[in-house]
Design a protein. Structure first.
Length: 182
């Protein structure tokens, strides 16, 4: 009988030793070290560098969410509202010169930009598309600024500059400061 129990005992001993090693490793990582402190953000011991990276990640998510909301609202408006009504709106004179197809296509691209800013990272499917979308949004905002300047719509240019700055921040943040998976 002991011949049959020996493998079970060995397996038990191995599992116990493994669990003990894990507990020891856990104790080592939770002991206070110089340069480490508890943070309320994560609730674990972490270095100052990690806390800064966490704050940067939160700032990037907020900026990305704002850009996505702007893109979604603008895209839905351009897609669903008739061109004539858009031209009658404040700062919408540029749509009078554009074709209805161009305005609707621009609206669809803005809806896709909203999805491209959020979904790849949330679903963890090709998160590299987030900075690519931010780069495309940067180009779109440069075009919007030029268009509004040509039509003398100076009030909306300030908003376009803010959206441009947010897009550049997301682009920089997701490629240099806090890339996904890095």
């Amino acid at each position: 009988m002991s011949r049959f129990l020996r493998p079970v005992r060995q397996e038990f001993a191995f599992a116990f030793a493994h669990a003990e090693r894990e507990r020891e490793r856990e104790r080592e990582t939770t002991l206070p070290h110089p340069g480490r402190h508890r943070t309320h953000v994560t609730g674990v011991l972490c270095s100052n560098h990690f806390v800064r990276r966490s704050t940067m990640n939160i700032a990037l998510w907020i900026c990305t969410g704002l850009l996505a909301a702007v893109a979604l609202v603008g895209g839905i408006t351009k897609t669903l509202v008739p061109k004539e009504k858009l031209a009658a709106m404040p700062n919408g004179a540029w749509t009078g010169e554009a074709t209805a197809e161009f305005v609707k296509t621009l609206g669809i691209l803005e809806i896709l930009a909203a999805a491209g800013l959020i979904l790849p990272a949330v679903l963890d499917i090709a998160p590299a598309l987030v900075p690519v979308t931010a780069a495309c949004w940067t180009a779109l905002m440069i075009g919007a600024i030029i268009t509004h300047l040509r039509h003398g719509e100076h009030a909306v240019i300030v908003l376009n500059l803010i959206y441009l700055a947010l897009a550049v921040f997301v682009l920089w943040g997701r490629t240099v400061a806090e890339p996904f998976g890095g």
